[in-house]
Design a protein around this ligand. Structure first.
Ligand code: BG6
Length: 479
C-alpha cells in the first residue's frame, strides 16, 4: 500500500495525518509493507520531509515520540514535488512512485489523499487520470480520500463530486467527516443497538426533545481565509452536526454493511423538515462573537456567522413532533461536544405533583468530547425520613473504564481506507442531501445585509439562541 498525500507539506498533514500514521505504526496496525509519499509544490529532500514529519509527530501525536519507532516509521516516508497546474504535472510523480514501490516491493495499491483546498480536488484528479495513475478495475486498487469542505453550496458540491466521479467509481471514494472517526460517535450505534434499554425509548412517545451541542473555546485563529467563506453553518452543521443527528435518529439498519448503515442515515437527512422563510426566521439563529471582525484576515464588515442554533424536525413516524435543538459556535465558554436526549416528564401525579417543584426529566447524555462517556440522569429518593426526590447520575467515563487514550479520529479513518471499509465515510448522496437541506438558509442569509447579533467571547451564544429554546418551554442544558 502506498499513501500519496497531496498537500503533503500542509497543516492537516503536519498536525493530523502524519501523527495518525505514526500512531498506527506504533500500534502495529499498518500493513507490513508500505510507503507514505508527501506531495507538494516546493521540492524537498526525503530527509527534509522526514524532519517536517518528525516535528508534526513530536508536537501533535497523542503519544510521545519514541526514537526507535520513529526511525522505523521514517524509513518509509518520502517526498515528491509536483505542479498540479503544469501540463504533465503528475508524470514525474508517477515515475517516482513506481521507483519507490519497486524498491520496497510494493504491489502498487494506492491511496490518494486530497489534503488540499477543494478548488484543487478537480484539477488534481484530472491530472491523476491524465498521468494514468488511477486504476479503476485492474489488479491494483486505487482509492481517493477527500477532505471537507466538499463545496460551499449544492452546485459546487455536485461539481466536485462530478469531477471525482469522472476518474474514480463511488466505492473508491472516501469522503472524510472526521467526527465519524471519533470513538464516542462510533459508540452511538453501539449504545442504541447493542442495548435493549434505550432503543424502545428512542421515539416520539418517550423523547421530549434532543439537544446537540458542538462548542469550541477557540476563535477563528489563523483560518480566517477559509472561515470567512464558510461560517458555522457550512463548517459544522452541514457535515458534523447533521451526521450526529443522523446517527441519533436513524432506524436500526438490518446489517452492519457500510451501505445499509449509510442508507439509513440518508433517510434521516431526507426526512428533515425543509426550512422555508418562516421557519428560518423562527428556528434559525446566527451570531458573531464580539471581536471577530477585528481578527486577522477577517473583513471588518464581515457577515460570517461564528455561531448557529437551530430547531430542526425529523418528519418521520419515529420522531414526529420531537424538536432537535442544534447549536455550535466558536469562542464559547469551553470545548464540549455532546448529545442529550431528554425523555418526557412523568405525569404530574405522585412525586411530580407539585407544579413549583417539578422533577428533572431523565436525560441520556452522550459526551463526545473532551470527557468521553455517557450519563443518565435519574430521580432517586434522598436518604432520610421524608420522601425527598433528588436527581442522581449514572455516569460512564471512557478514561476510567478503558485505560489509555482513545485513538484519534484520523487513525481510525485512515485504517478503514486501508482496509477498504467505507462505513464511516460520507457517500455522495448524503453530502448532497445535507447541502440541499441547508441551501434555503444560505440563500436567505445571502440576501441579508444587516450586521449579525453579537455574543461576548466566552458566552453561550446570543440571547436569541436562548429564546429559540425557551419559547418552546425548554432550556439549553447547562454545560
Ligand atoms: C473542523 C472545522 O471540521 O472541525 C473546524 O473546520 C473545527 O472549524 C473542527 O474547529 C472541530 O473539530 P474537533 O475535532 O476539534 O471538534
Amino acid at each position: 500500500m502506498t499513501i500519496v498525500i497531496f498537500g503533503g507539506g500542509g497543516d492537516l498533514t503536519h498536525r493530523k495525518l502524519l501523527p495518525a500514521l505514526y500512531n498506527l505504526h506504533v500500534d502495529g496496525l499498518l500493513p507490513p509493507q508500505m510507503a507514505i509519499v508527501g506531495v507538494g509544490r516546493k521540492p524537498m529532500t526525503d530527509e527534509a520531509y522526514r524532519d517536517f514529519a518528525k516535528d508534526g509527530v513530536t508536537r501533535f501525536s497523542r503519544r510521545p515520540i519514541d526514537e526507535g519507532a520513529w526511525q522505523s516509521f521514517a524509513a518509509f516516508v518520502f517526498f515528491a514535488a509536483a505542479e498540479i497546474d503544469a501540463e504533465q504535472g503528475l508524470a514525474s510523480l508517477g515515475a517516482r512512485l513506481d521507483i519507490i514501490e519497486h524498491e520496497h516491493h510494493l504491489a502498487g495499491d494506492r491511496i490518494y489523499y486530497m489534503a488540499l483546498p477543494p478548488s484543487l480536488f478537480g484539477p488534481t484528479v484530472k491530472q491523476l487520470d491524465r498521468a494514468r495513475l488511477v486504476n479503476r478495475s485492474g489488479s491494483h486498487s486505487a482509492r481517493i480520500i477527500v477532505e471537507k469542505p466538499i463545496g460551499r453550496d449544492i452546485e459546487s458540491a455536485c461539481a466536485i463530486n462530478d469531477a471525482i466521479a469522472k476518474v474514480f467509481d463511488e466505492p473508491q471514494i472516501y469522503r472524510i467527516d472526521h467526527y465519524l472517526g471519533k470513538e464516542t460517535v462510533q459508540n452511538i450505534l453501539v449504545l442504541r443497538f447493542a442495548n435493549s434499554i434505550f432503543e424502545p425509548l428512542f421515539n416520539q412517545k418517550y423523547v421530549d426533545h434532543v439537544q446537540i451541542t458542538v462548542a469550541e473555546e477557540e476563535g477563528v485563529g489563523t483560518r480566517a481565509g477559509y472561515y470567512e467563506q464558510a461560517g458555522a453553518l457550512r463548517d459544522m452543521v452541514q457535515n458534523h452536526m447533521l451526521q450526529l443527528l443522523a446517527l441519533v435518529a436513524m432506524e436500526p439498519p438490518h446489517s452492519l454493511d457500510a451501505d445499509v448503515i449509510r442508507d439509513e442515515k440518508l433517510q434521516v437527512l431526507k426526512s428533515l423538515r425543509p426550512l422555508d422563510d418562516a421557519a428560518i426566521a423562527t428556528n434559525v439563529v446566527r451570531a458573531q462573537y464580539a471581536g471577530y471582525r477585528q481578527e486577522p484576515g477577517v473583513d471588518p464588515a464581515s457577515l460570517t456567522e461564528t455561531f448557529v442554533a437551530l430547531q430542526v424536525f425529523v418528519d418521520n413516524w419515529r420522531w414526529s413532533g420531537v424538536p432537535f435543538f442544534l447549536r455550535t459556535g466558536k469562542r464559547l465558554p469551553q470545548r464540549t461536544s455532546e448529545i442529550s436526549v431528554y425523555l418526557k416528564d412523568v405525569p404530574p401525579i405522585l412525586f411530580n405533583a407539585n407544579p413549583s417543584a417539578r422533577l428533572d426529566a431523565n436525560v441520556l447524555t452522550i459526551r463526545i468530547q473532551p470527557d468521553e462517556g455517557f450519563s443518565l440522569g435519574i430521580s432517586s429518593k434522598r436518604p432520610g425520613p421524608h420522601v425527598d426526590v433528588a436527581p442522581v447520575k449514572m455516569d460512564f467515563h471512557y478514561g476510567a473504564q478503558f485505560n489509555g487514550s482513545s485513538p484519534e479520529a484520523y487513525e481510525r479513518l485512515l485504517l478503514d481506507v486501508i482496509a477498504g471499509d467505507p462505513t464511516l465515510f460520507m457517500r455522495r448522496d448524503a453530502v448532497e442531501a445535507a447541502w440541499r437541506w441547508v441551501m434555503p438558509v444560505l440563500d436567505r442569509w445571502a440576501t441579508q445585509t444587516a450586521a449579525l447579533p453579537q455574543y461576548p467571547a466566552g458566552a453561550w451564544g446570543p440571547a436569541e439562541a436562548d429564546r429559540l429554546v425557551e419559547s418552546t418551554g425548554r432550556k439549553w442544558r447547562a454545560l
